[in-house]
Design a protein around this ligand. Structure first.
Ligand code: ARG
Length: 484
């Protein structure tokens, strides 16, 4: 589970005078590390989130050791029994995490040994924390990725429902934030469907590459025991084994890819948020978000602020930061494992948590959006949004496009001077405005008002990718079929 594990008891740091012999590698060391160094180097307060993955990995490793005759069947039975106890302790929040044991791996191994004796001490045969941690992160991230993929699907379902309702609702399409051409609100929303469809592909693709088993690489060079890596891979659901031991323990490119996919997804949702914020401004008034996604002001009683979209936009910066943190963490590291890599977890966990929460909240928020079609239409009726349609009309009647562009520019200018929107001009006014462009006015007929209308403009864009209501409905149907 990527859920935060149940509340653990406070990290227990044994007193500074604890015997150096308590340390795993202590035979070599003549003094214990200081409290500060212990705190600085420990990761157990955050990597305990991988406890269940650590146990799964250890059990697969132990089963392999027993099958290969490297440990006895009785040792395996003891390890399995001890791990079941530990799993229960962790789930109930009773496991006593100890800072002296540095990380999740040593904490669990130590507890196992306390529970089952020598069998616990045999578990680490033929492996290292280096391949162990690389395996745990991949297992954890694979689950997080699967959860994110499900949630992208839920978000898309919510989006498709609103898009379908508004497949024919006219909205001013903007470029440069200036009214450009009519689109439908459904078409606009479907742009975000396409963005998140690619996001889902990125997560799926990145999952494929993270799904290889590092265990067996041991510290860096492999191990002299007769291990069976394919067996461990199959036990843990990995599609392949990492084919170079140095690479297996040291690279975190899969984590960087995951963060990059998170950053892009958040960037898309941040753009969407920016639009929701703009649309919700009383000056624009295209939508209303439910109160539960907004907050009031402590001083201005009239305010209803779109906090959730603003925070999505804000948290995107944080995810971009995590991506840069991981890239920077990796860039200077020589082969093979270096302790720097311990710093990969907090950005990674936070990226996954943030994306998961954001998708959850977004799906609900979109499902409850209130659309003000009247305000959208009013805005669309103020920007001469069908000017391009008029130019296309003249072109279809034989006028070269550049001349048509000029003729329509003059018509827009006349409309402005008359204080009207382009479709409100009479045929005579249109003709008069275009008089200076040879061949333009003579090509105008009464049917020009069909293309000048918003409905006509929308309906004419019926090719794949266009904004015609029926085309939008077809795009929604294809999207539904993909979602299954
Ligand atoms: N806590 C460490 C990490 O997150 C585990 C691996 C430690 N390996 C070592 N050789 N110190 O990367």
């Amino acid at each position: 589970m990527t859920e935060k594990s149940s509340p653990a008891p406070a990290i227990d740091s044994a007193s500074a005078d604890s015997a150096p012999a308590a340390k795993t590698w202590s035979g070599l060391f003549s003094e214990p590390v200081s409290e500060l160094v212990k705190r600085y180097t420990a990761s157990v307060d955050f990597d305990q989130r991988m406890a269940m993955q650590d146990i799964r990995g250890s059990l697969a490793h132990a089963r392999m050791l027993a099958r290969q005759g490297i440990i006895a069947g009785t040792d395996l039975a003891a390890i399995e029994h001890g791990m079941a106890t530990i799993r229960g302790e962790i789930e109930r929040g009773e496991f006593a995490w100890n800072l002296d044991d540095e990380d999740v791996h040593l904490n669990i191994e130590k507890r196992l040994t306390a529970l089952v004796g020598d069998a616990g001490k045999r578990l680490h045969t033929g492996r290292s924390r280096n391949d162990q941690v690389a395996t745990d992160i991949r297992l954890w991230l694979r689950e997080a990725t699967d959860q994110i993929l499900l949630l992208i699907g839920e978000f898309q379902r919510a989006l498709l429902a609103v898009a379908e309702q508004h497949a024919a609702t006219p909205l001013p399409g903007f470029t440069h934030l200036q009214v450009a051409q009519p689109v439908t609100f459904g078409h606009h929303l479907m742009a975000y469907y396409e963005m998140t469809r690619r996001d889902a592909e990125r997560f799926t693709d990145c999952r494929r590459r993270m799904n290889s088993l590092p265990l067996g690489a041991a510290a860096l060079a492999g191990t002299s025991y007769p291990i069976d890596r394919e067996f461990v891979a199959a036990e843990l659901g990995f599609e392949a084994v990492c084919e170079n031991s140095l690479d297996a323990v040291s690279d975190r490119d899969f984590a960087i890819e995951f963060c990059a996919a998170c950053a892009l997804l958040m960037t898309h949702l941040s753009r969407f948020s920016e639009e929701l914020i703009l649309w919700m401004s009383p000056r624009v008034g295209f939508i209303v978000l439910l109160d539960r996604y907004c907050t009031g002001s402590s001083i201005m009683p009239q305010k209803k602020n779109p906090d959730v979209p603003e925070l999505v936009r804000g948290k995107t910066g944080r995810i971009n930061g995590h991506l840069v943190a991981l890239l920077t963490l990796m860039k200077g590291q020589p082969l093979a494992y270096n302790k720097d890599n311990q710093e990969d977890k907090e950005p990674l966990f936070d990226a996954a948590d943030t994306v998961i929460d954001t998708l959850r909240i977004y799906a609900e928020m979109i499902a409850g959006i209130h659309v003000r079609a009247d305000n959208m239409l009013a805005a669309l009726s103020q920007g001469h949004a069908t000017a391009t349609d008029l130019a296309d009309y003249l072109v279809k009647r034989g006028l070269p496009f550049r001349d048509a562009h000029e003729a329509v520019a003059r018509a827009v200018r006349a409309a402005r001077e008359l204080g009207k929107d382009l479709p409100a001009l009479t045929l005579d006014e249109l003709k008069a405005a275009m008089a200076a462009v040879p061949g333009a006015a003579s090509r105008l007929d009464g049917d020009v008002f069909t293309v000048l209308s918003i409905a006509g403009s929308l309906a004419s864009r019926a090719h794949i990718g266009g904004t015609a209501p029926d085309t939008v409905r077809a795009a929604i149907a294809r999207a539904r079929a993909r979602l299954g």
